[in-house]
Design a protein around this ligand. Sequence first.
Ligand SMILES: Cc1cc2nc3c(=O)[nH]c(=O)nc-3n(C[C@H](O)[C@H](O)[C@H](O)COP(=O)(O)O)c2cc1C
Length: 334
Amino acid sequence: MSKRGLIAYDTIYSSTVEVAYWLKALLGEDQHVEVKHFDQVISVAPYDYVIIGSYTRWEKPSKRTQKFIADNHRELAGKQVCYFLTCGDNDETMVLKAPGQKAHLIAGRNYLMGVMEQYSDIKPVAIGGFGGRECMPHLNRVDTFQVWMVGKLAKESAPWEGLEIWESLVPERVEYFANEVREKILGLPRRTDCEKLRWFWNSVQPANRSAADRKKYTPKKYDERLNTAKIYFSRSRIRGDLALAIKLLKDWASQNGIALQEQKRSFFNAYYHGVKQYGAKAITIHVVAAEFVEDPGNVQLSFRTWDKPGARKGAEEDITSAEQLLWADGRKVG
Ligand SMILES: Cc1cc2nc3c(=O)[nH]c(=O)nc-3n(C[C@H](O)[C@H](O)[C@H](O)COP(=O)(O)O)c2cc1C
């Protein structure tokens, strides 16, 4: 008999429930997979495995999701569990510096690190931070205001501006996650026909009714540089894995007198502060290296400094020398 699975989810605007049913289809129609809102779950006891899905709110899974994990965590710790999130920001090399906060990693799977640390007796078999959707005309008034405010504060970009529907979901991430569940929990081969089920997510809904040429989803560029009064930012990718990127970053730091201080390390990314005295001022370069499931064989890299243009010249030069080292020997991927 096939294992009995539960996909339990929380949603406000329905993006997460769409993904839950898409995952169910990817797992296979012959599988026993029940899809239920948390409010429809009395007990997780009857299931062999549980997939927990949530939307993201202020960098965390929803409060209801956190409560579901807290209420059931003893039972969940004895089962095969997976976590997934829909979210606006899918770039796992992203560091956010909001007013009054210490700079920190955000986006995608980074948003799951808090619950994973808090409930460390649950060892998830798979995790996914997929991206998601915002359907602007239907956000409630508070959410409309808050999304507008986040756009105003954004130092890099607010890609939803001018869109009625903004999407950031990376379909390959959902498919990779489903294949991990198939392999590691169900003992099934990975599906190679995933694309035929993308209609679970893709729709013919327009991004904006009065601007037919606008796109709902614009993948973030791998090769990017921003030099503004607020930020110096660069993003690129190289052939290789996380271990290689970390080794090259350590070489860069030691060659250039930079103290490389590890802030966070996970199985898919590493976040460092590169600290150096430039004249009278110590400047921190925020460096992240990350492997993305949709981009196998490559590592994504981001560098950021928020110091003023006049003060950060030396840091900008050091970022350029980091890139020269990382991109050498034909490693740079366009
Ligand atoms: C008020 C508000 C706050 C949000 N906060 C975040 C956030 O901190 N990080 C993020 O990546 N996405 C954030 N999102 C985006 C949602 O998580 C995303 O659109 C999700 O797909 C919505 O899921 P749902 O349609 O199932 O409710 C936020 C959305 C709203 C409206």
